[in-house]
Design a protein around this ligand. Structure first.
Ligand SMILES: Cc1cc2nc3c(=O)[nH]c(=O)nc-3n(C[C@H](O)[C@H](O)[C@H](O)COP(=O)(O)O)c2cc1C
Length: 398
């Protein structure tokens, strides 16, 4: 969908310029049409040849260069670009852009652009914190440019502080966030739950389930890419939280209830993909439970708080509530009944009995159940299921 969009990378004369080779390579491999414009000083740090080899496009440095197909390059690129990223953005280029100075190919092209412009400042901490740089960045924000926070750490100058260029993956995700999908969830607060819970039996053991969190994490990522502000309340998973999403880590069903309750009021859409324990040990043993020659042992269980039911009872006007149901039998009947009993707007039903569905794998087979209709989807990647769930929720109220 986002393929073959033109991305302009503006590389400035900062020590991190060499890191842009990695990003240019990644974007080209992902089928973006990548054009690199370098400042003259940037060529002291990395050669245009590197970018030309990685992108297959001529790297432009000089405004008055005539050694290529004739057109008014800065205007044609500015018109064609779906997005520009300036990285590492030097204090100098930031100052020039803030003041509308166009004295080289990069600043001239950016001034002619109407597409989204991302700026990733990278410099020594003192330069970054200087009021002039701070004011110039504020000015860029007021033009609608998106500033990417530099990281903190040991800088090339051996100072420790803020000013390091973020990793390639972060810059890549920032670009993807802008280009990948229509922003049909812009302005919406989306709360997603994911993963299993752990219910302590004693200081050593716990009860849990096979959920890996993949489905919920894909939903959180998809909602972020579509412009939502996303909070992900997650049980213990082995997945990195999706970029751009606020992750709240919890352990037990009770922790998850508290975290969800704290976020629910301000959420426009709540999607509960977590596999929350229905029961928890009635008492947690203070010491490790010993075998002591016993052949059997019992754990007394009590029901946990039903989070979906709570949310259904406290749903506010305009809020959408979507639950998941994982069934081993009579999937549709149980899910329809759950939709009504929990006052949900949609249930995403999946059967543990179907090959290609359920825990762990990268695919799922789901049926979207609302009060109006039921949509049985074929086997899809969890990423596509996530978008299908969001697509369906966006039809409510239309
Ligand atoms: C070794 C070295 C590293 C530099 N690193 C940075 C940097 O990371 N960030 C920055 O803003 N300026 C840095 N500078 C200063 C810029 O190169 C200088 O301000 C230059 O005028 C920027 O040119 P440009 O903005 O046209 O690319 C560095 C200079 C040198 C000599």
């Amino acid at each position: 969908m986002e393929n073959q969009k033109t991305v302009v990378l503006g590389v400035c004369g900062g020590i991190a310029a060499y890191k842009l080779a990695d990003l240019a390579s990644k974007l080209s491999k992902e089928q973006y049409d990548v054009h690199v414009i370098m400042t003259k000083n940037a060529t002291e740090f990395i050669t245009p040849l590197t970018f030309e080899t990685l992108t297959g496009n001529k790297c432009i440095v000089d405004t008055f260069d005539r050694d290529f197909q004739w057109d008014v390059k800065h205007i044609s690129l500015a018109k064609r670009a779906a997005l520009a990223l300036i990285a590492p953005a030097t204090a100098n280029v930031i100052a020039k852009l803030a003041n509308g100075i166009a004295d080289d190919m990069l600043t001239t092209t950016v001034l002619a652009m109407k597409c989204p412009v991302l700026v990733s400042p990278s410099m020594n901490t003192a330069m970054y914190e200087h009021p002039a740089t701070q004011r110039n960045m504020e000015t860029l924000r007021s033009y609608g440019y998106r500033l990417i926070e530099p990281e903190s750490g040991v800088l090339a100058c051996k100072d420790v502080g803020k000013g390091r260029l973020p990793k390639t993956e972060v810059l890549y995700e920032e670009i993807r966030q802008v280009l990948a999908y229509p922003k049909d969830l812009a302005g919406k607060q989306v709360l997603v739950t994911a993963g299993p819970t752990q219910e302590s039996v004693d200081p050593v053991r716990y009860l849990t389930n096979h959920s890996t969190g993949k489905m919920g994490y894909e939903i959180a990522r998809a909602a972020y890419l579509r412009g939502a502000e996303v909070t992900l309340v997650t049980g213990p998973c082995h997945l990195p939280p999706p970029y751009g999403v606020k992750a709240v880590q919890v352990t037990s069903a009770q922790d998850m209830f508290e975290a969800v309750k704290a976020e629910a009021d301000t959420s426009d859409i709540i999607i509960k993909a977590a596999a929350v324990a229905d029961f928890t040990p009635a008492e947690k043993a203070a010491e490790k439970i010993k075998k002591q020659g016993r052949k059997t042992a019992q754990i007394n269980l009590r029901a946990t708080t039903d989070i979906l039911k709570y949310l259904g009872e406290h749903k506010h006007e305009g809020q959408l509530l979507c639950g998941f149901s994982m069934e081993t039998e009579q999937m549709l009947e149980h899910s329809r009944e759950k939709l009504l009993r929990k006052n949900a707007d949609m249930i995403v039903a999946n059967s543990l009995r179907q090959q290609g569905a359920g825990f762990g794998g990268d695919t799922n087979i789901v049926t979207l159940i609302t009060r109006q209709d039921e949509t049985a989807l074929p086997q899809m990647s969890k990423e596509m299921v996530a978008h299908a769930v969001l697509d369906k929720l966006l039809t409510f109220g239309k």
